[in-house]
Design a protein around this ligand. Structure first.
Ligand SMILES: [Zn+2]
Length: 391
């Protein structure tokens, strides 16, 4: 049985413009894109008449935490709830992402490796959810950023063990921390302080690549960003105090930036604990400039929200797409950042409407090529050819 979406204004995930088309899906994948009105359905095919709507690839959020639900202090809630309730919460958050048209998420940190289990439960069909690229616990240093979900590793040998352990558990990518952060703990953490050493980061990247997975590094301070980029890390998370020199190195190496602009605004506006608000105010000042610098240098920028963090429920892509647009990205660049460019950053197929791509699709009202935020309010969401949401 095929799924046919007819006569939608279709954006393929890359082109600068739309074209009206019939899109045919079979076996969970896009089979063909045909001239509008040309496809004759078979009796048992599922047909969605989509004239007047815009069809896009399902959205990709490049940075979420499914164990958190966006309250003012989610790390504290996990501590109080414990492992079992947190796992159920993570499953519910995954489903909320999918119903919002987010068909793929990268989960960059979960207590007890819960996101890996949730990813597996989706794949096995026990629960409804997006495709989840899960890191599980982070591979980072003792006493550093986000200690509550760390697989603590100190020294080159330990870092190599950490990577191997996460891959063995089923991690689709590795998450590390190259600097301190804003939210996580009230004391003892400084945004500008570097954490893992260049030697440790280099060992991590090369071992991860040897095992066929990519590495995303939390990095806010300039020295830590530079350490991570120099080590061959694939994706820089946040990148707040990026320098022109490091941006040029990122562009030359193809290192991706996932800035997560919106979450720091939420923290600065008091969405989280008081200690985080004070730190976030400085970050917001510098962050927009860092993204503009990256774009100017030609660094690939992708959309990630840190959903689950204070003030960022599942899903939260609308706020991030608006923030990227405000940094000077055109609407089509913003949409690419949440589709094809994100898929490329994670080395997955998808983020496109083309033959052989997964049948992950959303239908939206309005014109997301003039207002990209419109893409985050789908009237229909499809994942693996299954219609999961229909308004
Ligand atoms: Zn995060």
């Amino acid at each position: 049985m095929a799924l046919i979406l007819r006569r939608a204004s279709t954006w393929d995930g890359e082109s600068p413009d739309l074209r009206t088309a019939d899109v045919v899906c079979a076996d969970g994948m896009v089979r063909s894109v045909e001239p509008a009105g040309s496809v004759r359905p078979m009796p048992d095919d599922q047909v969605i008449e989509a004239e007047g709507s815009t069809l896009l690839p399902g959205l990709i959020d490049g940075h979420v935490h499914l164990v958190w639900s966006g309250g003012s202090d989610p790390a504290d809630i996990v501590e109080r709830d414990g492992e079992q309730v947190t796992a159920i919460r993570a499953a519910a958050n995954a489903r909320a992402q999918l119903l919002g048209g987010v068909t793929t998420v990268a989960d960059l940190g979960s207590n007890w490796d819960i996101a890996i289990a949730v990813s597996r439960a989706v794949t096995q069909g026990h629960i409804e959810g997006p495709r989840i690229l899960a890191a599980g616990r982070t591979v980072a240093m003792t006493g550093g950023h986000d200690p509550f979900w760390v697989n603590a590793c100190d020294g080159v040998d330990a870092v190599i063990r950490g990577v191997r352990e996460q891959v063995f558990l089923g991690a689709a990518l590795v998450k590390t921390a190259a600097t301190g952060g804003v939210y996580g703990r009230a004391e003892g953490e400084v945004v500008g302080a570097s954490e893992l050493t260049p030697e440790e980061l280099t060992a991590m990247a090369s071992e991860a690549h040897r095992r066929g997975v990519r590495v995303a590094a939390h990095a806010l301070g300039a020295e830590g960003i530079s350490n991570a980029v120099g080590a061959g890390i694939d994706i820089i998370e946040h990148g707040v105090y990026l320098t022109e020199e490091t941006a040029a190195m990122m562009a030359a190496n193809g290192t991706v930036l996932c800035p997560t602009l919106a979450v720091y605004r939420s923290l600065a506006e008091g969405g989280g604990p008081a200690y985080a608000a004070a730190k976030a105010a400085d970050v917001v000042q510098a962050h927009g400039e860092a993204v503009r610098m990256a774009l100017e240098a030609g660094v690939p920028v992708i959309a990630g929200t840190d959903a689950g963090s204070p003030g960022m429920p599942h899903p939260s892509l609308g706020a991030e797409l608006a923030a990227l647009h405000a940094c000077g990205m055109s609407p089509v660049e913003v949409l690419r950042a949440a589709t094809s460019r994100a898929a490329d950053a994670f080395g997955i197929s998808g983020g496109r409407i083309s033959p052989g791509a997964p049948a992950d699709l959303i239908l939206v009202d309005g014109d997301p090529l003039s207002d990209p935020v419109a893409a985050t309010q789908p009237s229909v969401a499809v994942c693996g050819q299954r219609v999961v949401h229909r308004r």
